[in-house]
Design a protein around this ligand. Structure first.
Ligand code: TYD
Length: 206
């Protein structure tokens, strides 16, 4: 079963990812993240830091995803494991649709087409949502260097995420990221456990 956590920078999804370890320890999940589950992540970080070029950056993020699937996600799912990823394909569809605006005619379609046929669609995606101003105040000054972390960009990215959630209501769960972190983690951990147990029963019946 593949679970992904999404949201804009400062939405608390990495904190949530870390906070799920303890309550879900008995399910022995594979905790992973994008970018950077493999060495391709180093190239991605360098491309971001240098602001090299939006197409280079986007395709490196896609390469990073392909390597993540090959090395981590596919093998774990083949063993029947629970995989919980901090960011995944929706990050590309949400962020690179913004960074490629004006560079590629239909960025979202282009990005989705690049993933179609080989990516694995998550079983559930928890989307952490909060006012962009709050997200910006949560980001530490040293985190604010990335060009994604500007108000106009994050507004557009969050709107993209929300439109994906409207288009796929059965996959997305919107999480109120203004709630205390412990409350959010408990809610998401419980939801994952319920899905995991239901999935196990289904697998046994087959
Ligand atoms: P992340 O590692 O989640 O952020 P942080 O280093 O703050 O924990 O991701 C780094 C940045 O990359 C973040 O601003 C979001 C962006 N990103 C994309 O633009 N596209 C993608 O496909 C992914 C995975 C991340």
């Amino acid at each position: 079963m593949l679970i992904t956590l999404e949201g804009i920078d400062g939405s608390g999804k990495s904190t949530l990812h870390a906070a799920l370890r303890e309550p879900l320890a008995d399910l022995a999940p594979v905790f992973t993240s994008e970018p950077g589950a493999t060495w391709i992540g180093a190239a991605v970080r360098r491309a971001i830091a240098e602001q090299i070029d939006p197409i280079t950056e986007a395709t490196l993020f896609v390469a990073d995803h392909a390597a993540h699937l090959a090395r981590v996600v596919r093998p774990a799912l083949a063993e029947g494991k629970l995989v919980i990823s901090d960011r995944y394909s929706d990050s590309r569809y949400a962020y690179q649709s913004v960074t490629l605006q004006g560079i590629i005619p239909e960025p979202e379609q282009w990005l989705r087409a690049m993933h179609n046929s080989w990516t694995i669609i998550p079983d559930k995606t928890f989307l952490c949502v909060l006012p962009v101003d709050e997200a910006l105040t949560r980001l530490k000054p040293q985190d604010k260097r990335e060009h994604f972390e500007r108000r106009e960009v994050l507004e557009k990215v969050q709107n993209n995420y929300l439109s994906f959630a409207r288009a796929e209501p059965s996959r997305f769960v919107i999480v109120d990221a203004m709630l205390p972190p412990g409350t959010v983690a408990q809610f998401v951990a419980d939801a994952i456990r319920v899905m995991w147990v239901a999935g196990k029963k289904k697998r046994r019946r087959k």
